[in-house]
Design a protein around this ligand. Structure first.
Ligand SMILES: [Zn+2]
Length: 251
């Protein structure tokens, strides 16, 4: 008990300028990056972290360069990588409620959902530049009953070997998920780290609402985790349980 197996699950891909994830570094370099979710099990519980996009047309309004294969649609992707049907999933954790991280929430009829209270409040009242990334149909009562949410207030142990830590910066209510595994602690970081270079190079991504909080969150992840699955890291393979080592020596 308390030892988890974590796998990356690809929910689509985005064609973008590299500098969008690395604060102007790499400007002009066009790359295609995955949208990562994760599946995890301790042998008893079935957990999904982030649920990808709701549909291509809606998400293209926020991010024109997005593509999604049929086997990257959430139900197909969870079946392919984890071997689970949607009704078997017990827990869904949203790192944040942007529409490429909460789009498939409505697909899990039996799950309990975990989000930070601050993120929930921001999602219904975003600051102007954030507004295109929040699609209320991904998380409001048309997607799932409010009674199925757990609204968290800070760092929380959800199960043995499964914790969330607050990592504000990309959004004010953002959280990252930590799993104890045989290889050490794995952080599923959502978008506080788009790519490993953010946390390992101390380099902010472009879409952030709070610069100082972002760097504090990087430090918190470096202190807490041995490996990281960033939200859009291209160096990780689909279905892999091998992630990027964290440069925890960086202060
Ligand atoms: Zn985001």
């Amino acid at each position: 008990m308390g030892e988890w197996v974590v796998k990356s699950i690809k929910m689509g891909s985005i064609r973008l300028d590299r500098s969008a994830m690395t604060h102007y570094k790499g400007k002009g370099e066009k790359i295609t990056v995955p949208i990562w979710s994760a599946g995890a099990t301790d042998g008893i519980h079935k957990v999904i972290v982030d649920t990808g996009i709701r549909d291509l047309e809606t998400y293209r309004l926020a991010e024109p360069g997005v593509e999604q294969e049929e086997d990257e649609q959430i139900v197909n992707a969870v079946k392919k990588i984890m071997g689970w049907n949607p009704e078997e999933v017990d827990i869904v954790i949203n790192t944040h409620l942007h529409c490429d991280h909460s789009g498939g929430n409505s697909q899990f009829p039996s799950a309990k959902f975990y989000v930070q209270q601050t993120e929930w409040e921001e999602a219904f009242n975003p600051i102007a530049p954030e507004a295109p990334f929040y699609d209320q149909a991904c998380f409001d009562k048309s997607a799932l009953s409010y009674f199925r949410w757990e609204f968290l207030k800070g760092d929380t142990e959800i199960l043995q070997g499964l914790r969330v830590i607050t990592t504000p910066g990309h959004t004010r209510g953002h959280q990252s998920v930590l799993f104890d595994t045989k290889d050490g602690v794995i952080c599923v970081s959502g978008d506080i780290c788009n790519v490993a270079e953010n946390v390992n190079g101390n380099l902010e991504p472009n879409i952030i609402v709070d610069v100082a909080a972002t760097y504090e969150s990087f430090k918190k992840i470096r202190q807490a985790a041995h490996y990281i699955l960033p939200g859009h890291e291209p160096a990780i393979k689909n279905g892999s349980d091998k992630f990027i080592p964290v440069n925890y020596k960086l202060s």
